[in-house]
Design a protein around this ligand. Sequence first.
Ligand SMILES: CC(C)(COP(=O)(O)OP(=O)(O)OC[C@H]1O[C@@H](n2cnc3c(N)ncnc32)[C@H](O)[C@@H]1O)[C@@H](O)C(=O)NCCC(=O)NCCS
Ligand SMILES: Nc1ncnc2c1ncn2[C@@H]1O[C@H](COP(=O)(O)OP(=O)(O)OP(=O)(O)O)[C@@H](O)[C@H]1O
Length: 285
Amino acid sequence: MKLLPRIEAEGGAEWLARAATQCLIDEARLSPKPGLVDSRGSGAHHDLTLDLMERSAHSLTPTFQALAQQSWLRPADVALRQTIGRLGRDGEQQMMAATNGVNTHRGAIWALGLLVSAVAMSGGSDSAETITATAARLAQLPDDAAPKVFSKGLRATHRYRVPGAREEAQQAFPHIMKLALPQLQQSRQHGSDETEARLDALMAIMTSLSDTCVLSRAGMEGLETMRHGASAVLQAGGVAHPNGQRALAELDRKMLALNASPGGAADLLAATLFLDRVTTPYLAN
Ligand SMILES: CC(C)(COP(=O)(O)OP(=O)(O)OC[C@H]1O[C@@H](n2cnc3c(N)ncnc32)[C@H](O)[C@@H]1O)[C@@H](O)C(=O)NCCC(=O)NCCS
Ligand SMILES: Nc1ncnc2c1ncn2[C@@H]1O[C@H](COP(=O)(O)OP(=O)(O)OP(=O)(O)O)[C@@H](O)[C@H]1O
């Protein structure tokens, strides 16, 4: 699959940055998502709102643009890894400034930042497989300037011995490539509308992800509830089906009762929408 040639002509970096921001907004608005911020409200979050998520998404456009510019036609080497590490951390600060210190999109900056860079490295002309493989090579490279912080995500991966955001990227985003993108395409082909297909793609991620946001807030019980509930939605025929909608509402109730929110799955859905957008010519405008 090829990007439209005119993307480069019109300013590839700017286009990629706007696409990434739009995917964050599309993810945030998508409803009804279990436990997450959506157009109905704040889900399991007390410090997040849709308005804050959208402000945060807009604050990240310059970061995505700088990532694309600095990565344009560059090889995957340690120098580029360090540059994007610095830009990613600067982006986190922009986000924190825009939200008065609330973490709205840390995981999303990581996943989308790597993918924006990976698209730019080829000048915008690769398949989803090649883009995620390139992003994985970047994620595997060392960034010596990275501060050694023992974050909540890292703590959860150690405590429960599961892979987290780093490993998902280093393994070339298996939850996007093996689950979310195929589900998105399958649901569309079976006649689901775009909202239903995107919710199905989110469910596909949630059937298997070890989401450290869920683990930090609700432990293994929360993670099992998420995985079983998402599987039940897809087994009932997906969100286009009334039984699927009932299963989704049930999952939402259970996640809220456990104070659980699948923020990592939401990040990967935004990244899925980005890959779909940059590799699908008819959407590239
Ligand atoms: C790797 C990151 C995400 C830090 O991860 P860490 O595991 O320490 O956890 P932290 O609690 O800070 O955030 C993890 C976030 O990832 C998301 N997430 C959770 N679980 C998963 C998962 N299994 N897969 C993918 N994403 C997940 C969630 O949104 C979560 O909030 C990142 O913040 C980072 O190190 N950035 C450095 C800047 C950089 O190098 N950027 C380069 C590209 S822009
Ligand atoms: N629609 C969404 N709703 C909520 N979180 C989302 C959404 N989309 C993405 N996320 C991701 O979820 C993460 C926020 O999760 P969480 O609130 O658990 O983080 P925290 O501030 O570290 O933890 P806590 O709120 O438990 O103190 C962000 O990194 C963000 O990327």
